[in-house]
Design a protein around this ligand. Structure first.
Ligand code: ASP
Length: 688
């Protein structure tokens, strides 16, 4: 019995692993070739190409572009082709053109080794302008240099860039390969789950969608969490989905109100099972051109991550780990040291910045200390190891020779290294030093020290999270570290009822180069335990989840899963600065679609079926206003903007990264016409 099954499996795998045939880009269409395809081997062939005019030179030749590349097209100069010459030389840049002609070798010496099609050119015989491009609001070759907001407004133009083309194509290939791994190799079922649902307690804020029933709203799910668990109760056994998720988290850099997860759930699985699955999934789908990834990924407990890196998503591409020096300094008489150590969770910790004296300016060091103070309320003391080996610091006069040499040893301080030391409550100290570790790494790199390999991919599992954490706004109350469906660690399960703060969970996060790219857990599958967590620990109304709790009572298998953040993962793979660079139509920093201008106003009549009335009065002239003359001279400028607060908000959308530089009064202003204009004037002269 066993043999044929194994054999079938092996055959399946072999078939799936076989190199896929190159796709046929020319099927079903009237072109013969793409613009990136022609080589010397095609010389003599008659071809038909379609593309955009990238460049045109003095009626002699033009360069045609499509998603695959560029081809040089020679415009005939003889009288018989004067019409063709006239047509092609007058086609504005970015016009869509068909060219039919013959592939010829480029004249000797005119080959372009930088162009894949650089050995040939196409001698045009006939051509057609399929769509003549109007004058663009900017030079397309300068487009990349324009503000991100402008590029988002003309997203379809930005999409023509090789940068976005290649990111979106890589994304598509990776998802395809993930599907293949999950469905074909491991029997997962791709199931779509609803996006109109109801509120899930204890998580991110959800968007509401009005319904026609008075007072009733749908919620857009922050993830398919409940559905994927219910699919396990429904016996689907292995589920996955490329799932769109929604979180109304307001403006956060590099977050989107809508984003995509590779969402996975399995029955009868443990943490290790999910981890091996994800490692296999990533290894299988990893783009070849990015090298290979080693599995299994290393693993670290939450406690270790916090103590050594000051964060639950450590960037393990470089050292500079946080070192506990409490014992080294315990015997000293320094007041702040003794004070810190007198608290139950008191500790003294430090990071050592290699070559900090050489690479960091005094201003850098001041700004590091300043940021620890403002972000974490944490004082930082600095120690320098001088070229003669001695230590320079306000601290050193209080330390004996033994303590000094122990300090040097504990921190492995070399000459010209700078140590940043913090004393206080354990978590605060670690978080402050963790942030300084990253900031100083950025400063060192900006100053020319190669610290992190830009081509390296360091995956890491972080495990053994606490099940609950104190709420930031009210530390006497608890919230789930992951979500309320996460199961306690088996060895801590009894603590759930006596001291929930001490319970570790079966929650695991996947971290890549210091970014969280996935998270999941083994779930509670016992109704009583789920009810206890919701009602007694989280103080949530379990009624909202009665359907799920009831399902747990009706034969729910043990189950667990994970979700990978696809946007973030892809942006790291292609080394893009933002997730917006790997999303076809992203939202701005403030969650707006700058191309279509969403969200937009709706009329009271449109709101009526939903039994909704606006309680905030809009300004009289909010309708559609066209900002002053200068504004209307380009599309940034012809953006429909309602005066008032919205003006400021829209303006910040256009220049998100400039917000800090803007005059405070203008940012905070209620937005009278005058203020808006003043702001505009300021922006115009400062931002160009
Ligand atoms: N639904 C979770 C999330 O979106 C992931 C999981 O627990 O599977 O973070």
């Amino acid at each position: 019995m066993a043999l044929p099954r194994l054999l079938v499996r092996a055959l399946h795998r072999a078939a799936a692993a076989a190199a896929p045939a190159a796709p046929d880009f020319n099927s079903f269409v009237t072109r013969t070739n793409t613009c990136g395809e022609l080589r010397s081997a095609h010389v003599g062939q008659k071809v038909t190409l379609y593309g955009w005019v990238q460049y045109q030179r003095q009626g002699l030749f033009l360069v045609l572009r499509d998603f695959q590349g560029l081809t040089q097209v020679i415009i005939p100069q003889d009288e018989a082709h004067s019409h063709l010459k006239e047509l092609l030389s007058s086609a504005p840049l970015e016009s869509v053109v068909r060219v039919t002609g013959t592939v010829s070798p480029r004249p000797l010496g005119q080959e372009n080794p930088k162009m894949p099609t650089g050995d040939i050119e196409v001698k045009a015989e006939t051509a057609e302008i399929l769509n003549s491009c109007k004058k663009l609001p900017f030079e397309i070759k300068d487009f990349i240099k324009k503000s991100e907001a402008l590029r988002m407004q003309y997203r379809y133009l930005d999409l023509r860039s090789p940068r976005l083309q290649s990111a979106l194509r890589l994304r598509s290939r990776l998802v395809m390969s993930m599907r293949q791994y999950l469905c074909n190799l491991h029997g997962f079922v791709d199931v779509e789950t609803p996006t109109l649902f109801k509120r899930t307690p204890g998580g991110a804020k959800e968007f509401l969608v009005p319904s026609r029933e008075p007072g009733k709203f749908y919620s857009l799910p922050q993830s398919p969490q409940q559905f994927k668990q219910l699919l396990m109760v429904g016996g689907l056994d292995r589920y996955f989905q490329v799932a769109r998720c929604y979180r109304d988290e307001g403006s956060r850099p590099d977050r989107q109100p809508e984003f995509t997860q590779i969402d996975i759930e399995m029955s009868f699985v443990d943490q290790a099972g999910i981890q091996r699955l994800v490692e296999g999934l990533l290894q299988h789908s990893w783009p070849e051109e990015r090298g290979s990834i080693m599995t299994p990924f290393p693993s670290m407990t939450y406690k270790e991550a916090l103590a050594e890196y000051g964060t639950d998503k450590p960037d393990t591409r470089f050292g500079m780990k946080i070192v506990d020096i409490s014992d080294v300094l315990r015997g000293s008489s320094v007041h702040f040291v003794q004070n810190a150590l007198s608290y139950p969770h008191g500790s003294i910790r430090a990071i050592c910045i290699p070559q900090g004296v050489k690479y960091l300016t005094n201003k850098d060091l001041e700004s590091l200390k300043e940021s620890a103070k403002s972000e974490f309320n944490q004082e930082i003391m600095e120690i320098i190891r001088k070229p003669d080996g001695s230590l320079k610091s306000l601290l050193t006069k209080f330390l004996g020779e033994k303590e000094k040499s122990e300090l040097i040893q504990a921190l492995n301080m070399q000459e010209d290294d700078v140590v940043l030391l913090a004393a206080g409550e354990h978590k605060q100290v670690c978080c402050a030093l963790g942030a300084l570790r990253l900031l100083s790494a950025n400063l060192l790199e900006a100053a020319g020290l190669a610290l992190r390999d830009p081509t390296a991919f360091h995956f890491l599992w972080v495990v053994d999270f606490p099940l609950f954490l104190p709420k930031a706004e009210n530390p006497t109350e608890l919230e789930s570290a992951h979500h309320p469906f996460t199961a306690p660690h088996p060895s801590d399960a009894s603590l759930l009822y006596s001291d929930p703060t001490k319970v570790r969970s079966q929650h695991y996060d996947l971290v890549l180069n210091g970014n969280e790219v996935g998270g999941g857990s083994i779930r509670i599958h016992n109704a009583e335990q789920q009810r206890f967590v919701l009602e007694k620990v989280l103080k949530e109304d379990s009624e909202v989840l009665s359907h799920l709790i009831e399902a747990l009572e009706l034969g729910a298998p043990p189950h667990g899963g994970i979700a990978l953040g696809l946007d973030r993962l892809i942006s790291l793979i292609v080394d893009a600065p933002s997730i917006r660079d790997v999303i076809a139509f992203p939202k701005s920093f403030r969650g707006r679609d700058l191309m279509g201008n969403a969200p937009d106003y709706v009329t009271p009549e449109e709101l009526e079926p939903y039994h909704i009335q606006l309680c905030t009065k809009l300004p009289e002239n909010h309708e559609e206003m066209w900002v002053d003359d200068r504004l209307s001279s380009s599309r940034v400028l012809s953006q429909r903007i309602a005066w008032g607060r919205d003006f400021i908000v829209a303006f910040q959308d256009f220049f998100p990264c400039e917000e800090k530089r803007m005059p405070r009064e203008a940012v905070a202003a209620p937005g009278s016409l005058e203020v808006s204009k003043a702001r505009l004037d300021w922006a115009w002269s400062n931002l160009g």
